[in-house]
Every structure is written in structure tokens, then in C-alpha cells.
Design a protein around this ligand. Structure first.
Ligand code: PHE
Length: 327
């Protein structure tokens, strides 16, 4: 009878990679079960002549008891690993992953932190909106080219249906003016949608809208608050430029640029005095009240604040990227 020389060694090797009791018992039956080499060889002894029979039986018995011992010891090891009674609860815990705010949520909060002490109330707005709140009440006349500038997602399979994904947070100005008492100081952060995508644009992004309606507010107030805000936000004195621009819902309108490092002037927000048509549409007495409004892109601010150069990084769910911001 030919006994394989490496039987014990391969059994040892295989036992080392066993992960569970189930795997262990499967391996044990391979080596010590009815169909295993050792056990089935006992049945073949009777075909041998008496001398060889004694010698082979002795060898097989030694092999069997070595294997038994090997498996007994291995089983103790596996059970010890899974036995909770052997847990040492005085050892320090394994380090575990603590979640953190997304950088875009942190930047939104940073903006809110500046305006909250100035009594701006924070309102959330609707992401699914009607043409009325997203355009009409904001003084975008029907068929006005400014509507095309927004690359709107309509919710009726490409047809111009009544519902759309808001293209800016300015819709929340209208909701607030129709609902809230005056004077009104509000901030409204949230997601907006435009059919646009490259390294600096995404089809979904975040804006924060600001709106003030009060007696005697003027463009100087708007300028002051924006400059102060930007210096608070970037923690330094800023060169800020108000560049004349056009929005249907503000008059005059401006885009605000900041001088940023070697990049020259960068646009960070749009703003202006609320157009009288918008105030009138919300039943506000334009003889008594005026308003100013501003809207800023949070991803743009986050890219400048953190020095990120691809906007898509914020939404790729890459933990190596996101963990850099967890404070
Ligand atoms: N809603 C404008 C935009 O998305 C920004 C803006 C807000 C401009 C408020 C003026 C006043 O581009």
C-alpha cells in the first residue's frame, strides 16, 4: 500500500486557510471521513498478505492519529477565535469610520453662518416647480430669450409641460414674498438643475438665494453686505467688482467678481435691486418697499475655498476625496 508522503503537510497547509467551523468540518471529512484516503485504506487491508497487512495497519493507525491530533488542535484554535467569551473588553476599540458633512453642506452652512446673525431667515424651496414661480413671476416674459439661457429640464418627456426642475433658487423669492410678512430678510439654499455638464458645470448644483424687502433699502446696502460677506467667507480683504449685468427680475443688476490669486477676476454671484414688476406681482406696495436679491453658486464658492478644480469631484462619492474635508 502506497501512502502519500505529503499527506500531513498538505492537510496542515489547508487548515491554515480555514476561516470558519463549516469549512473546518468539510476539510476534516476530506481527511478523516468514510471516503478519505486513510479510512478507505483500512478496508483494503484484508486483500494484503499477513505480513504486509500488519505493517500497513500500523502505518495507517499512526497516520490516522496524527491527523486526528492535527484537526483537534486546529478546531480549538478556530473556536477560540469565534468565542465571544474570550473577548477582552478592556482592549481599545478598533478604529471605526465617523461620517462627516459633505463639503457642499459645509459651505452652505458657512454662508448661512454669516447671514443668520443679521436676522435672515432660512427657507427651503421647491425643486419641482411651475413655470410661474421659476420664470413668469420673476418677470421672464413668455418667449423671452433669457428663458433659453437656462437650459431647463421639463418634466414631461421633453414637451413643455407645466412642471419643471427649477433652474435657480430665485423661485423661493416669490414663495417667500407671497407668504411672509414684511419686512423680509431671507436666505434659501438648495439644489437647482440645468442641462449642462463639464469640468465647471453640472446638471445639478447648489445655490443660495438671498432676498431683502424693506423700506429704504438701496444698492449701497446690497454692495456693503456682499463685500462684507465675501471677506467673511474667504477670511481676508477682497478685491470685489460689481459688473453691470442683466436679470429679468432685478434692475439694476450686477454680477460680482472677485480677484482670486493668479486667476484674475472670477464671477461668484449675481445680484440686483428687485424689479418693481416682481414686487407688484407679489402684491407689495412699491411706493413703500424696495428689495435687493442675490444668488450664489455653492460649488463655485467651494472650489475656490478648498482649491478644487473639477466640480465633478464633489459628487463622485470618492471617499479619498471627501475625507479630506472631514473636520
Ligand atoms: N438667479 C440668478 C442665476 O441663477 C442669480 C440671481 C439671484 C441674480 C438673485 C440676481 C438676483 O443666475
Amino acid at each position: 500500500m502506497q501512502i502519500p508522503q505529503d499527506l500531513i503537510d498538505t492537510a496542515k497547509l489547508k487548515l491554515k486557510s480555514v476561516q470558519s467551523e463549516a469549512e473546518f468540518f468539510q476539510l476534516r471529512s476530506q481527511y478523516l471521513g468514510k471516503k478519505s484516503f486513510v479510512i478507505s485504506s483500512f478496508a483494503e487491508l484484508k486483500s494484503l498478505d499477513p505480513d504486509s497487512k500488519v505493517a500497513a495497519a500500523k502505518e495507517l493507525n499512526i497516520l490516522k492519529s496524527k491527523l486526528n491530533h492535527l484537526f483537534e488542535v486546529a478546531l480549538e484554535g478556530i473556536q477560540a477565535k469565534t468565542d465571544v467569551s474570550l473577548l477582552d473588553t478592556t482592549l481599545p476599540a478598533d478604529p471605526y469610520f465617523v461620517g462627516a458633512e459633505h463639503p457642499i453642506a459645509e459651505i452652505s452652512q458657512r454662508v448661512i453662518n454669516y447671514f443668520s446673525p443679521l436676522n435672515y431667515q432660512v427657507f427651503s424651496g421647491n425643486e419641482i416647480e411651475t413655470d410661474f414661480f421659476n420664470f413668469e413671476a420673476l418677470n421672464f416674459p413668455e418667449n423671452h430669450p433669457a428663458r433659453q439661457m437656462h437650459d431647463t429640464f421639463y418634466l414631461n418627456a421633453g414637451k413643455k409641460s407645466e412642471y419643471l426642475l427649477r433652474t435657480h433658487t430665485s423661485n423661493s423669492q416669490i414663495h417667500a414674498m407671497l407668504r411672509e410678512p414684511l419686512p423680509l430678510y431671507m436666505l434659501s439654499p438648495g439644489r437647482v438643475y440645468r442641462c449642462d455638464s463639464d469640468t465647471t458645470h453640472l446638471p445639478m448644483f447648489t445655490q443660495i438665494e438671498g432676498l431683502v424687502v424693506d423700506e429704504d433699502v438701496n444698492f449701497g446696502d446690497l454692495k456693503g453686505i456682499i463685500i462684507n460677506f465675501l471677506e467673511y467667507f474667504f477670511n481676508e480683504k477682497m478685491e470685489v467688482r460689481f459688473r453691470p449685468s442683466y436679470f429679468p427680475f432685478t434692475e439694476p443688476s450686477a454680477e460680482v467678481d472677485i480677484k482670486f490669486g493668479d486667476n484674475g477676476w472670477l464671477e461668484v454671484l449675481g445680484c440686483g435691486m428687485v424689479h418693481p414688476n416682481v414686487l407688484k406681482g407679489c402684491n407689495i406696495d412699491t411706493q413703500k418697499y424696495r428689495g435687493f436679491a442675490f444668488g450664489m453658486g455653492i460649488e463655485r464658492l467651494a472650489m475656490l475655498y478648498y482649491g478644487v478644480d473639477d466640480i465633478r469631484d464633489f459628487y463622485a462619492s470618492n471617499l479619498d476625496f471627501l475625507n479630506q474635508f472631514s473636520s
